[in-house]
Design a binder for this molecule. Structure first.
Ligand code: ZN
Length: 279
């Protein structure tokens, strides 16, 4: 499955852009132009993005809503953790190939190199001032936009991202898929018994508690942790969201429920095979 030759087609990488569609909503193009015309560039605020490396892992831009320090710190931490997981993935694979005599030398890479290799550079974190009804959207292999989340009376929840850090890692799961130019539904066969049950419609609906009211009929599924800790799949492709949620578990090695252990075992194999797609 993972060795399907067409995955090596460099043109396939172009299809990664399929996930870059501007989310529905007014002023989508205007919003984008705002960022292009009036970018507010933030520098690595906490040092997390440059920890043990001299390369920036995250750049911050604003589309009408300023980043808070806490938000930036959390985004940096999460992406740094993803980069470490990606480096381990690449290094363990290359080490094995070297031990098997398939490559001549082995030199481990660090997290920033892994991030740049897979995502073609740093991650651009965009803070939007819109309220589309979801918290974040991954536009490409290296661009994630974060939206306002509001209370029922319309107040913007301050530091929503900072208080839901795994959301960033979930979005990085989408970014990885975009980077490899693959389709979760057709290229990654998640066994059906590892999928979270649907709640009566064809779109996945893990997270109907975006304003804090947890649906008691939707028990935690797969990984430990509560809603908005390890489950962010909201509306859209079932497989896309399942993969992104399982990616969170893969990065943090969460598998302390029977289903979580099964999902983690599946992800270990999946991610190792994805390494072969790196040019
Ligand atoms: Zn998602």
């Amino acid at each position: 499955m993972f060795y399907n030759a067409r995955w090596y087609d460099p043109y396939l990488k172009r299809f990664a852009q399929a996930d870059t569609i501007v989310p529905p909503g007014a002023q989508g193009l205007d919003r984008y132009l705002y960022a292009l015309n009036s970018p507010i560039q933030y520098k690595d605020p906490s040092g997390h993005c440059q920890q043990r490396t001299n390369r920036t892992m995250v750049t911050f831009t604003s589309e009408g809503q300023d980043w808070t320090q806490q938000e930036m710190d959390v985004v940096c931490q999460q992406i740094y953790n993803v980069a470490i997981a990606e480096a381990k993935m690449i290094n363990s694979r290359n080490y094995l190939l070297w031990r098997m005599g398939e490559i001549d030398s082995y030199r481990p890479i660090g997290p920033s190199t892994a991030l740049y290799t897979i995502h073609n550079g740093p991650i651009e974190a965009v803070r939007s001032n819109e309220t589309p009804g979801w918290a974040a959207y991954t536009r490409s292999e290296n661009e994630i936009v974060f939206y306002n989340i509001r209370t029922p009376d319309g107040t913007i929840i301050t530091n929503y991202v900072a208080n839901h850090p795994r959301l960033v890692t979930h979005e990085m799961g989408h970014a990885v898929i975009n980077a490899f130019g693959i389709n979760e539904a057709t290229d990654i066969n998640i066994p059906s018994d590892l999928l979270r049950p649907l709640m009566g419609d064809s779109s996945i609906d893990h997270l109907n508690d975006i304003n804090g009211a947890v649906d008691p009929n939707e028990p935690f599924f797969g990984y430990a942790g509560g809603f908005e800790d390890y489950q962010f799949g909201y509306i859209g492709s079932r497989w896309r969201e399942e993969f992104a949620d399982m990616f969170v578990g893969w990065v943090y090695h969460f598998g302390d429920t029977p289903m979580g252990a099964q999902r983690n075992a599946f992800m270990q194999l999946t991610m190792v095979n994805l390494v072969d797609l790196i040019p």
